[in-house]
Design a protein around this ligand. Structure first.
Ligand code: EPU
Length: 303
C-alpha cells in the first residue's frame, strides 16, 4: 500500500477521506474501495496537491459526478481528487443585458446549475437536463444529447495543463467533437463560460420538464447505470445495433443490458466491475460478428 498519509500531510487545505466505498463515487454503483479521496478547498491547494502527486509519481484521477466511469473492484490504491469544495463558484452576466456568459466552476453539478438558471431566468443550457455530470466532466466529454452539446454553448474554458500551468482557451481554439471536448490530455478543467440568454423562468422550467419526460420514457432511470455505454458509430445508433443483435436483457451477475434501451447497462443489485466488463465484451463481440461494426466505449474504465 502506498504512503498516502505522508503526502497528504504536506499539503494544506485539503480534506481527505480514507477507504471510501467506490459505489459512492460513481453512478453505476460498482467497484471496491478507494484508498484515498481528496477534496482540495481552494484552487491553490488543488495545484499544490497535484504538484506533490506528480513529484512522488503517485496515481490519481479527477472525478466529477462519476457518471461515465467504471472504478476497479477490490482495494484501489489510488487517489481520487474531487473539485466539489474548491470549484463550485458561479457568476451571472449583468442583469441589464438580454444575453451574456455565465461563468461556473468545474465542480458544480449540472443539475444545480440548471436549477439556478431557472431561478435567475437564463436560458440556453436546458439540453443539459438529466445529464448526471459536473461542469468539468461535461466540458471534458463535450456532453450532450440530440438537442445540443456543450460545444454549442461553450465560450471559454480555464484549466491547468499537464505541467500545472493555468491556461484559458476559447471555444474556437479547442477542436471539440462528438463526446470529446478537445481539452489537452492530462488537463484539469477549473472553470467554464457558457452563453445564455434571458428568458422567463417558467418557460425554462417547462422546457427542462419536457426533455426530462422524454428521457424517462426512453431510458432506464430506475437502476444505477453510467448512461450510454458505447458511442454511436458515425451515422448509426449503438442502441439499435445492440438491440438488433438480440442483447436486451443479457446479464452477467447483476449487470444487465437494459430492456428499455440496449446501449445502457444497468446494475440490478450488486454488479461488480468484472460483471459489467464481461457484458461489454460480449456485446461488442456480438455486434462485430453480426454487423461488422466496432463499438467504441464512451464509459472510461479506470485502472
Ligand atoms: N433504439 C433501438 N433500441 C434500443 C435503443 C434505441 O432501436 O434499445 C433506437 C431508437 O429507437 C432510435 C435510435 O436507436 O431510433 C437512437 O436511440 P435514442 O433516441 O435513444 O438515442 P441514442 O443515440 O441512443 C443519444 C445519446 C444519449 C442521449 C440521447 C438523447 C449517445 C451514445 N447517446 O442516445 O446520451 O441521452 O441521445 O438525446 O450519443 C449518454 O451519452 O450517456 C447518453 C445517455
Amino acid at each position: 500500500m502506498r504512503d498516502w498519509k505522508r503526502l497528504t500531510g504536506t499539503v494544506a487545505d485539503v480534506d481527505v477521506e480514507w477507504d471510501v466505498p467506490a459505489s459512492r463515487l460513481n453512478t453505476f454503483r460498482v467497484g471496491g474501495t478507494v484508498r484515498c479521496v481528496a477534496h482540495p478547498r481552494t484552487e491553490g491547494s488543488l495545484k499544490n496537491l497535484l504538484k506533490a502527486l506528480k513529484a512522488e509519481g503517485l496515481p490519481w484521477s479527477i472525478l466529477g459526478n462519476g457518471s461515465n466511469v467504471l472504478l476497479p473492484d477490490g482495494v484501489w490504491d489510488h487517489m481520487v481528487v474531487l473539485l466539489d469544495r474548491c470549484s463550485g463558484r458561479l457568476e451571472w452576466p449583468q442583469r441589464d443585458g438580454r444575453s451574456g456568459t455565465v461563468r461556473v466552476g468545474a465542480g458544480m453539478k449540472l443539475a444545480q446549475l440548471l436549477r439556478m438558471c431557472v431561478r435567475h431566468g437564463w436560458s440556453g443550457l436546458e439540453f443539459l437536463a438529466g445529464i448526471p455530470a459536473t461542469v468539468g466532466g461535461a466540458v471534458i466529454m463535450n456532453a450532450g444529447t440530440r438537442t445540443g452539446s456543450v460545444e454549442d454553448v461553450l465560450e471559454r474554458v480555464r484549466f491547468l495543463d499537464e505541467t500545472l500551468d493555468e491556461r484559458t482557451a476559447t471555444r474556437s481554439e479547442l477542436s471539440m467533437g462528438y463526446r470529446s471536448g478537445g481539452i489537452p490530455g492530462g488537463a484539469v478543467v477549473l472553470e467554464a463560460e457558457f452563453r445564455v440568454v434571458a428568458e422567463h423562468p417558467r418557460l425554462i422550467a417547462q422546457k427542462i420538464a419536457g426533455l426530462m419526460r422524454e428521457r424517462h420514457r426512453s431510458q432506464p432511470w430506475r437502476w444505477p447505470s453510467a448512461g450510454c455505454v458505447f458511442k454511436n458509430p458515425p451515422g448509426r445508433s449503438a442502441g439499435a445495433l445492440i438491440d438488433q443483435a438480440g442483447f436486451k436483457g443479457y446479464r452477467v451477475g447483476d449487470a444487465e443490458v437494459s430492456l428499455l434501451h440496449a446501449n445502457w447497462i444497468v446494475n440490478r443489485g450488486r454488479a461488480t466491475r468484472d460483471d459489467v466488463l464481461c457484458v461489454i465484451r460480449t456485446v461488442r463481440d456480438g455486434v462485430r460478428d453480426r454487423f461488422g461494426v466496432d463499438l467504441e466505449l464512451e464509459v472510461r474504465v479506470l485502472e
